[in-house]
Every structure is written in structure tokens, then in C-alpha cells.
Design a protein around this ligand. Sequence first.
Ligand code: ADP
Length: 503
Amino acid sequence: MREALGRIKSIKSLKILRSIRLRIFLCVFILGILPCIFMRYFILSSYESRIVSVRTGQVQALLHVVSDRLISTDYLRSPANPEMSGELTEFANQIGGRIMVVGPDLKVLADTYKKSEGSLVVSGDVVRCLRQGNRAATSRYDREDNFIELFMPVGGVSDGSDAQAVPFGLGRSGRQVDGVIMASVSTNEIETTLELLRRRTLLLEIILILVLFFIAVFVASILLEPFERLTGAIRDVQAGFTTDDIDVGSYTETEHIGDAFNQVLGRMRTMDESRQEFVSNVSHELKTPMTSMKVLADSLLQQGDMVPPEMYREFLQDIDDELDRENKMISELLSLAKMDRRQVSMNVTDVNINELAEIVMRRVRPLARQKDIELTMVSEREITAQVDEVKMTMVFTNLIENAVKYNREHGSVHVTLNSDHRNFTFTVEDTGVGIPQESLDRIFDRFYRVDKSRSREIGGTGLGLSITRSAVLLHKGTIEVESEEGVGTRFIVTIPLRKQSEG
Ligand code: ADP
């Protein structure tokens, strides 16, 4: 059993059977062939039964005549009638078969083959004929031995006076007949005609099967043609011959596949563009501090031995600042790359969010003081959440620092903490320069800065908000921004209180 199942499985996994072309071919071919086979069988068998029934009808008509003659000559009561025997032989020749006359005592009175005269016939059909009279006239077609057998009752007895003489209780019914005519005719000619017909229809069937074979091949390739074109178009894109969207709209199915493929293509294009942009941004950003350092070092070297020590110190300090910036950028890029690949391990613990926000506020306060910026925080309730403390600190620090960095002198930054039964919300609102509407979508992109020179001036890398967003997404949270130029900006971060399961 298991072996058989295994064999079926291995047949199913045969590559050729997985082909939709083969399946369509088989469907068309088999659906075409079946009616042909049934039709041939139906035509042959209905022709055979028709021809047999015609032949039976002819013989029956003749047997009626024989029956009438037997009654008129009272042959059954006095069978010693050579004239009638001769007639019987003639009748038998007319039907091309054998005629036997059986009396009511089942004894054979006449046999045109002269073989069974005087012997007893024990046959169900004869007994039935004797019992049931004219209703029991029967015929039987023996296909195996090629003959038709007919049984016909002769006359009838109404007074039942002879009933006692009749064996097998035939007298009880009161419907006895005088005797039965048995006839058998050969059906060899029918068989010959049928054989001829069989051969002709077989030839026709073979021709039809061949035609159907080509029709099935043709239909399968016509139906699959759009899929072939689709595969070709996808291959062209894969080989790099074209980057255009593919369009195979012959079927709804191919259209859907094409649309899905075009969407993937679109995503790949966007990814490719952003990868190229990212690489050129990285090279540019990393090169900028290098160029500054080169300029600083070159100008020191050109001065020769005449450089005063203060100038050395000043230039070295600048080179040190540039190195810090380069360092910061590289470590930020590394942590972003890690978060992108989800390689970063999340060290989730129960963290008091109010305390964490307080600590960050305390750290940023000196920076705010330099610009006389008022830093306030309102905690609506005590919040404890399952988060990665380091990453959450990074999120809070980046947002509060940005709110201070991109603020005006004597401005203010307001932080709000709140929660419901599922999430906590952290809002940072400032009275700074704001972000133009068209840049709102892009500020989370790597290296995107609204005002490049201003950001550089205040030590920005353009990576802070990308890192912030990645950290928020790792917590399965959301980050939104609202801003009005010259008025201020509000960042809203929502994080689930409990750690979300993967997926
Ligand atoms: P940067 O290191 O330049 O601060 P970020 O990724 O943190 O990089 O921010 C990207 C850009 O978004 C900034 O250069 C700035 O133009 C803008 N931005 C961020 N936060 C604010 C804010 N609170 N107010 C106005 N602009 C902001």
C-alpha cells in the first residue's frame, strides 16, 4: 500500500506531468476521444440490435404462416402428413434455418434437420409457450454462436379435455396450446456485415484520433501562448534587455501576474535608485570631513617652521572635530545597517519611561541653556514599558536634541508622556524653524537635511531621524510628524507597552 502511494507520488512529481500544456492537451484529447469511442460503440450496437430485430420479425411472420398451416392441416394431432412435412422443409429453406414442431407432450413431431424427431424437448421457453399461449412467443439472439432462436405457440385448447395427457401440469392454466414451433436461423451474414462496419468505423476512429491529437496540440499551444509571452517578457527583464513594465493582457490571469511582476519591478527600481543615492551620499558625507582635514593639514605644512604653536593647536583642534564627526557618522551608519538587517539584538526589560525621559531631559538641558530655550515635560501618568532601554534613550535623545538644535533663541521645547492600556505616547513639541511641507516625507531618509549647511554647522549627520525611526519600528511602534514653517514641529511616538511577538 505504502509502496503504491510512493509510486503515485513519484509519478505526480514527474516534471512532465506538472506541465500545464500537457494537461490541457490531455483534457482536449481525452474529452474528444471519449465521445468518438462511445459513438462507435452506440452505432454498432444499435445497428446490430436493429438488424437482428428485422430478421426476427421476418422469421416470425413466416412462422405465423407455418402456424396457420399446422392448424389448418391439424398436423399436431395427426403428424403423419408427408405433404406438410415437405412444406415445413420448404419453409425452413426460406428462412435459411431449422424448424421443429413440438407437441403438447413436449415430444418433437417434426424436425427439418430430421435429427430430433420423436425425442423430448426440455426447454423453459417451450414449457412457457405451452402454458401461456400466444403471449409467450419469444425469440433469443445468441451472439456467441451466431443464431436467433424463436418459439411460437400453435393454436389453443379451450375445453381442457386433453389436459390430463399433458405433462408438467400444463393443463392447469386452461390456456394450453396445441404445440410449439421452434425455429433457429443463423446470423452469420449479420456478423459479416457488422464486421465490415466495425472495420470501417475503426478506420474512421483512428483518423479522428489523429485529427484530435493535432487539434489538442494546437489548442494547448494557443491557450498557453500568453504565458509563453509573459515568461519571455520576464526573461528579458531578468537578462537586462529592458527595464520597461511588461504588458501581457490577453487573459485576466496573465494580466494579474504581469501587474504583480511590475509592482515587484517598481520596488526593485526604487530600491536600486535609493541604494545608488545612498552610496553616493555616504561617499560624499564621508569625504567632506576628509577634505576639511586635508585642507587644514596642507595649510599647516605650507607654513613650514614658521607656524606659531597656538595656530598648530587651533588647526589640530579643527582636525580633531572633523575626526569626531567622521567617527560619529561611521558608528551611526553601522548601527543603522545592523537595524536594517534586523541583526540587532533587542535587550527588552521593564523600563520606567518617566525616569528615562527625565534623564534625557537633564542631559540636553545644558545645550538648551546655550540658546535660552525653555525645556518642560508633563507626565500624565507613571509608565512602565517593555522596551530596549538603550534604543529608547536614543529615540528620546534624538528627538529632544533636534527640537533644541532646530529651535530659535529664547524658544521652548515641550515634552508630553501619556499612555492607555496598550501603548505609551511620547510627544516632543518645539517652537523652532519648522519643516517645509514638501520635506516632511523625506526627513526620515538617510542623510536628508532640510538645510544642509545649517545642519552641518550644528554637527548634524542627517542620520539621526533614520536611526530613530528604525528603533521605533523595532519596537513595533509608530512615529509621526506635524510641522509649520516658522512656527514649530511636533513629533509623536507611539510604542506598545508590552513586547510584541515576532512576525
Ligand atoms: P541631523 O543630524 O541633520 O539633525 P536628522 O536625521 O536628525 O539629522 O534630521 C534630519 C533633518 O530633519 C534635519 O537636518 C532637519 O533639517 C530636520 N529636522 C529634524 N528635526 C527637526 C525639528 N525639530 N525642527 C525642524 N527641523 C527638524
